[in-house]
Write a new protein. Structure first.
Length: 277
């Protein structure tokens, strides 16, 4: 037994094969997600927020996640089985190779999660204010969901004097509270009307009307964001589970091809050699 093998009841786990399958699955998934990102950029709106994303587009994105999982994890499971050392017996073909496919699926999932985390952290750093890190009183978690609503709320013909960063953040926190079960509290709504009137110079009646309109829009946009996030999160989880099944069955198919129990399809026959005539 070598250092790359671990003995189990059903045979040996060859970690080199698991690593090959996991890396192959992660690479295919990365390429397919790259195509999806390019298509998404080409069909998406140039609006500063996500508000133009339709439910149909979100559902289509979820179905694409499932398709990517089936293709990439299936390919990784097959690679893990084909790169495993031939056993020379059919007694361990099946469960042992399926286990290799599951391990390759797990490794590819971890690699994908690490890449997604690194991309998210890079995007967060790029989105940070150029003047330095802002304190907690001048930042709003999820402000990108209601960024355009805040623009509408504080829009004025005359440019406000001084820095309104804190004012904008404070208004954003109040608007975000509108998506809670209790909604915006009456005292917070009254304060927001005064804040808008002071910042924009609107009359109290006009400020009240603007707050009512923007609050309703922000609430709808946050609800849409929640629905979209729920659909995509459920699709990602379902895709991962289906990907595990695809990796298992693809690994079993690869083991039968490796052991010569079934003829290898021509496009999978990597061991073919060509001779000059």
């Amino acid at each position: 037994m070598t250092l790359t093998e671990t003995r189990i009841a059903t045979g040996t786990i060859q970690w080199s094969a698991v690593f090959a399958g996991g890396v192959a699955a992660a690479a295919v998934a990365l390429v397919l997600h790259g195509f999806a990102a390019a298509i998404g950029i080409s069909v998406s709106s140039a609006a500063p927020t996500w508000r133009d994303a339709s439910v149909a587009l979100v559902l289509l994105s979820g179905l694409y996640l499932v398709l990517v999982a089936l293709v990439s994890y299936g390919f990784g499971g097959y690679v893990a089985a084909r790169t495993r050392t031939p056993l020379g017996t059919a007694t361990e073909v099946g469960f042992g190779d399926g286990l290799h496919g599951i391990l390759a699926w797990a490794l590819a999932t971890l690699i994908t999660a690490l890449l997604a985390l690194a991309i998210a952290q890079s995007a967060q750093r790029l989105a940070a204010p150029s003047g330095g890190s802002a304190g907690p009183s001048t930042t709003v978690a999820g402000e990108n969901l209601i960024a355009f609503d805040l623009d509408r709320l504080l829009r004025s013909d005359k440019r406000p004097e001084g820095d309104i960063t804190y004012t904008r953040a404070e208004a954003g926190r109040i608007l975000l509270s509108g998506s809670s079960h209790r909604g915006i509290l009456p005292e917070d709504r009254t304060y927001l009307v005064r804040l808008v009137g002071t910042t924009t110079g609107l009359a109290p009646a006009d400020a009240e009307k603007r707050v009512a309109e923007v609050t309703e829009r922000a609430k709808e946009n946050i609800a849409r964001a929640r629905r979209s996030a729920a659909i995509l999160a459920f699709s990602a989880a379902a895709a991962a589970l289906l990907g595990a099944a695809a990796a298992w069955f693809a690994a079993e198919a690869g083991s039968r091809h490796r052991e010569g129990l079934e003829p290898v399809p021509e496009f999978w026959d990597w061991s073919r050699t060509y001779r000059r005539r």
